[in-house]
Every structure is written in structure tokens, then in C-alpha cells.
Design a protein around this ligand. Structure first.
Ligand SMILES: Nc1ncnc2c1ncn2[C@@H]1O[C@H](COP(=O)(O)OP(=O)(O)O)[C@@H](O)[C@H]1O
Ligand SMILES: CC(=O)N[C@@H](CCC(=O)OP(=O)(O)O)C(=O)O
Length: 289
């Protein structure tokens, strides 16, 4: 059991942390922060609860959070149960008609509503939607060889501004509407980047299952320039699933996002650490000032 002295020290440290957060709270007052919550990062019920609590806190202190989620592992699970084979080309799932139906069922149904409920259980008011709602994300086919995989081509983010004004937290499944009534499956990182750019967000946070972008020595690079990303990619150090993430960050910066961060969604309170402390978390990519 802790002594009275030890408890006093804990309380003083908590008060100091809150006090030190003041400049960050001021900086992010009314800011738009787009957070991609990947299928791997959401893993356990505890991770989901902790994430939801952080999001509700963000909104409570004046931030407008937007959640864009993935759900790759959950899609894989249902496809396997249904005996539908699935493969990825350059980080994108080859998506035929049967697959896109499963993708929509899992993302818009199961995963989206689980996040909405988790946020609401913490006292927030989350509203679930997909890129098809209010024509938020109109897509073109990425490549005929990938089937119903979409690239965002026209964004209509007014619905998100309406939700901010009503104090609601948008939770968005990465599906897009085609111009001929098709449903497109969009990579979650790509969707988050397009939404962040359409909103000219202050921050894009990509939550994943590694501490950040690592260099050839395996150390996390806390601040990355465009040139470093290009060098690490050319050298094969940035590989696999990290390629679409860093590409998304660079495209989002070009689209007007102030900074993008790749961080470990499994770490407790990752989002709060990144936004409200001097330490930050993960790897930040921003244009030189
Ligand atoms: N340079 C790098 N630094 C960190 N992770 C890297 C790097 N290159 C490749 N990766 C891989 O990228 C993965 C993250 O991408 P991905 O599995 O698609 O994440 P998510 O499911 O969260 O979207 C990491 O788990 C790691 O295996
Ligand atoms: C086109 C494409 O690949 N779409 C992804 C959408 C989900 C996703 O991106 O999920 P994670 O973020 O959890 O990986 C897919 O079908 O798996």
C-alpha cells in the first residue's frame, strides 16, 4: 500500500502534468484532428475503451476529432468463414463484387458500430457514417486489376462541419461512392489522408502497431522530412504497410494538412501524449517552416 507521502507525490505530479498541458490545450482549441484507427491497433476491448476515452477527452477540451477506421483483420476473418479467398497487391485488397459486399458489411456494420458504441459509452456522442454518406468521398476505380478498389476523387466534407457544430464525433468507414452507383473499398490510410486534406486538418494521426517509422538501425525517427521518407523508401527500409502510410502523410501535407504523425495505437493514451505533451509520440512528418 502507498504511504500518504507517496500519494501526495502522485497527486502533485498529476496536477503538474495538467498544468503543463495548458499551452497544448490552447494550441489545439477548435483544431481539427483526423485519427486513423487501424484494425491492428483496435485489437482488445481494453485498447478500444482506452482509445474511446482519449477521443472523448479531446472533444471535451475543444478539439474536433474525426475518426477514420480500418478493419482489415476483421474483413479477413469473415472472408475466411465464407470461404472467399482474398489477396493484396501493393497493400490493397483485390476486391470483387462478393468481397466488396463483405467489406461493407464488416466496416460499416460491425467495426464502425463497435467504435461508435465505445465512444458513446465514455460519454461522447459519436455518429457512424461511411464515405458514401452525403457523398463525403466520391471515388474512381484505382486500377481495373484491383476490382472495386477506389481512389478518392471528389470530397464533400460539409457533413463533417455540420457534425462538429452539433458537438458530434464522426466515425467514418473507408468506403466510397462511385459515379455509377458502385461501392468502392478504400484503404483506411488513404481515406484518412483524403478526409484530412479536405478538412485542411491541423493534424493527421495514423495509429498503427509499431512505435513509429524506423531507420536502418531499427530506431524510431521522431521527426521525418520528405527527403528522408524518399531516401528510406528507396533503400527499402520503409517497406510493406509503411509505404502507403508515409505516402498518405506526404499527400496530406500537399493537400494542406499542417502535420502528420505515425504512432503506436497500442500504447496507452498515445493520442493524448502526442497532442498534449512536449514529448509527442511516434514519427512526425511536416513541411519545413
Ligand atoms: N521503416 C519501417 N518502420 C516501421 N514499420 C515498418 C517499416 N517498414 C515496414 N514496416 C511495417 O509496417 C507495418 C505497419 O503497416 P500495417 O501492417 O499496414 O499497419 P496497420 O494494419 O496498422 O494499417 C509495421 O507493423 C511494420 O511491420
Ligand atoms: C483497398 C483496401 O485494401 N481496403 C482495406 C480497408 C480496411 C483497412 O484499410 O484496414 P486496416 O487499416 O485495418 O488495414 C481492406 O480491404 O482491408
Amino acid at each position: 500500500m502507498k504511504t500518504q507521502d507517496a500519494m501526495n507525490r502522485d497527486w502533485i505530479a498529476t496536477a503538474r502534468t495538467l498544468s503543463q498541458a495548458l499551452p497544448y490545450l490552447q494550441r489545439y482549441d477548435d483544431a481539427i484532428v483526423v485519427i486513423k484507427f487501424g484494425g491492428h491497433a483496435m485489437g482488445s476491448d481494453e485498447a478500444m475503451e482506452s482509445f474511446a476515452r482519449d477521443i472523448v477527452l479531446l472533444q471535451q477540451v475543444g478539439v474536433n476529432p474525426v475518426i477514420v477506421h480500418g478493419g482489415g483483420p476483421m474483413i479477413n476473418e469473415l472472408l475466411a468463414k465464407l470461404d472467399i479467398r482474398s489477396e493484396f497487391v501493393n497493400g490493397k485488397r483485390v476486391t470483387d463484387q462478393a468481397t466488396v459486399e463483405v467489406v461493407e458489411m464488416v466496416l460499416s456494420g460491425r467495426v464502425n458500430k463497435r467504435i461508435v458504441q465505445a465512444i458513446n459509452a465514455q460519454g461522447g456522442k459519436a455518429v457512424g457514417l461511411s464515405g458514401k454518406d452525403a457523398n463525403l468521398m466520391i471515388c474512381e476505380q484505382t486500377d481495373p486489376a484491383l476490382g472495386f478498389v477506389g481512389t478518392p476523387s471528389e470530397m464533400n466534407p460539409e457533413i463533417l462541419h455540420n457534425l462538429f457544430a452539433a458537438n458530434k464525433i464522426p466515425v467514418i468507414a473507408p468506403l466510397g461512392a462511385g459515379r455509377n452507383g458502385e461501392t468502392f473499398n478504400v484503404n483506411g490510410d488513404t481515406a484518412a489522408g483524403a478526409i484530412a486534406a479536405a478538412l485542411k486538418a491541423d493534424r493527421l494521426l495514423l495509429l498503427t502497431d509499431v512505435e513509429g517509422v524506423k531507420n536502418a538501425e531499427g530506431e524510431v525517427v521522431t521527426e521525418l522530412s520528405r527527403e528522408q521518407v524518399q531516401e528510406l523508401t528507396a533503400a527499402g527500409v520503409i517497406a510493406g504497410g509503411m509505404i502507403p502510410k508515409t505516402e498518405t502523410c506526404l499527400a496530406a501535407l500537399e493537400g494542406g494538412v499542417r502535420a502528420a504523425v505515425i504512432l503506436d495505437g497500442r500504447a496507452p493514451n498515445a493520442v493524448l501524449l502526442e497532442l498534449f505533451t512536449e514529448h509527442g509520440a511516434g514519427s512526425i512528418i511536416r513541411e519545413p517552416r
